[in-house]
Design a protein. Structure first.
Length: 492
């Protein structure tokens, strides 16, 4: 049995990506606040971004119709929280109109509550507009989330577990500092401008804290993992050395035979919104009923044998960045996004850490195509004379180019097209020039490479943590289902 202190540590631990037998599922509310309105940055952290985007577009041209990568794979975002400056507002709303939409054990959920939560979802998912039919489906899913949130808060109160306003305000202030680098008042203004409200976000924070408290008392202390189970898992992992494992993200929607058609249609709506530019992470955090929702649906690296049969079959046919679904699995439907794949306990060349110099030229506005071509030819000829990284500044100065250094960038953090080029280079060599008249033309000069080591033996404690966390996750889903079954819910 997991001791109370260990259980508390499990529930507090931050989520991390691990191998299939080391993945962590952070047990928290399925509408986690901090992770919901934050986006991941996995980018080339230098001034190469315009050209990295250009290289990505070149690859997309060869894969017309392919789904766009999630925000986790994109290089940058437009504003705080990963939310664009232009967001959908509901200016026609009257904030004083408090019409009941549902009652949960007597607690009212109003149309305004739904409107404000929808506005936050649209902003967090980077959507500027949404068709009317999709908006209606979104509102229904938001209502379900608000019902679950209300049940969690009520259950905590019934067990005399109070979420104080001080706790909520403290976490709200942390969010403001993390995303704005300032006091909460600036985040207040942002939320209002997005058509939401500070109270909406604070309500979500309250729900998350309440759910964590419930799981810490009612679930985590009763999870059992034996040393024999851990050792068996380690042996299976060793046996799988060299086999492929897949880093998948999921949006799981539960369904019964009676609701299957409706849930499948909702999943199709979510996929349409993601394909139209919505953030997979944001939709996973808001709508997925798996506890992986708290980390944007990220399952970490998993082996096929650990997945339901339908998911395993689909995963083998996917390429990184591909979106597939809805896939029917026991208990519901899942939308799948393949983020990456690698081999178990085997060094991956994409984990190499590179030291790079970027050498770039730009074109003044109004430059003709002929003049630009001549400038690029001059630039390419100069680059061809570089004799190692120590020569980069001299050559750049001779053609009026700029130089930017990055001494610690992993290959896998670069766009796929650049990954292939850089893995073939020797130290002192450059990529071919790439870019455009609008963004400039540049090359990357490889100045050093730290190749990855072969992964060592699986760690006993990490494996035990992973098994405990998986079991907590499953029990948490059952706990929430029981709360729904026992509730009196009225709809208007």
């Amino acid at each position: 049995m997991v001791q109370p202190d260990r259980a508390n540590a499990l529930l507090r631990r931050e989520p991390i990506a691990r191998t299939s037998d080391q993945q962590a599922i952070f047990v928290t509310d399925s509408i986690s606040i901090i992770s919901k309105i934050s986006t991941s940055f996995a980018a080339f952290a230098m001034a190469t971004m315009p050209i990295a985007a250009q290289a990505q577009q070149a690859g997309d041209a060869a894969q017309q119709g392919a789904p766009q990568p999630s925000a986790a794979q994109q290089a940058a975002t437009d504003g705080p929280f990963g939310i664009p400056a232009e967001v959908v507002r509901s200016d026609h709303q009257d904030p004083n109109m408090r019409t009941a939409t549902a009652k949960v054990n007597g607690t009212v959920i109003t149309g305004t509550d739904i409107d404000h939560r929808v506005a936050l979802v649209l902003a967090a998912s980077e959507r500027k507009e949404i068709p009317a039919d999709q908006l209606q489906a979104l509102r229904m899913q938001v209502l379900r989330n608000l019902i679950d949130e209300t049940l969690q808060i009520q259950a905590a109160a019934a067990q005399d577990m109070e979420v104080s306003s001080e706790e909520v305000n403290q976490r709200y202030a942390i969010l403001a500092q993390q995303n704005f680098g300032s006091n909460p008042q600036q985040m207040d203004k942002f939320l209002i401008a997005a058509g939401s409200s500070p109270a909406t976000l604070k309500r979500q924070i309250q729900g998350e804290i309440a759910w964590q408290m419930l799981l810490r008392r009612n679930v985590a202390p009763f999870v059992n993992v034996s040393a024999e189970e851990v050792n068996d898992t380690i042996e299976r992992l060793k046996t799988s050395r060299g086999q492929e494992e897949y880093r998948l993200a999921e949006i799981y929607l539960s369904a019964t035979p009676e609701t299957a058609a409706t849930v499948e249609a909702n999943a199709e709506q979510i996929m349409d919104q993601i394909r139209a530019g919505g953030s997979f992470q944001a939709y996973a955090r808001q709508f997925s009923e798996s506890t992986t929702a708290s980390v944007g649906g990220d399952l970490g690296f998993v082996r096929l044998g650990t997945l339901p049969g339908q998911m395993a079959e689909v995963a083998t046919k996917m390429t990184p960045g591909q979106l597939v679904g809805p896939v029917p699995i026991p208990g519901g439907y899942v939308i799948m996004l393949l983020l990456d794949k690698r081999q178990v306990l085997t060094a991956d060349p994409r984990d190499a850490v590179l030291s790079l110099k970027q050498i770039a030229i730009t074109f003044p506005q109004g430059t003709s195509q002929d003049r630009a071509n001549a400038r690029v030819e001059e630039f390419a000829n100069a680059i061809g004379t570089i004799r190692g990284c120590g020569d980069a500044n001299r050559v750049a100065e001779s053609v009026g180019a700029s130089v930017v250094d990055n001494d610690s960038i992993t290959v896998r953090d670069l766009p796929p097209q650049l990954q292939a080029s850089l893995m073939d280079l020797q130290v002192g060599q450059t990529t071919p020039p790439f870019g455009s008249m609008q963004d400039g033309v540049r090359v990357l000069l490889l100045c050093g490479r730290d190749d990855p080591e072969v992964n060592g033996e699986p760690d006993f404690d990490q494996i035990m943590d992973r098994i405990e966390e998986e079991r907590i996750s499953k029990r948490a889903q059952r706990f929430l289902r029981d709360l729904r079954d026992d509730a009196i819910i009225e709809y208007n």
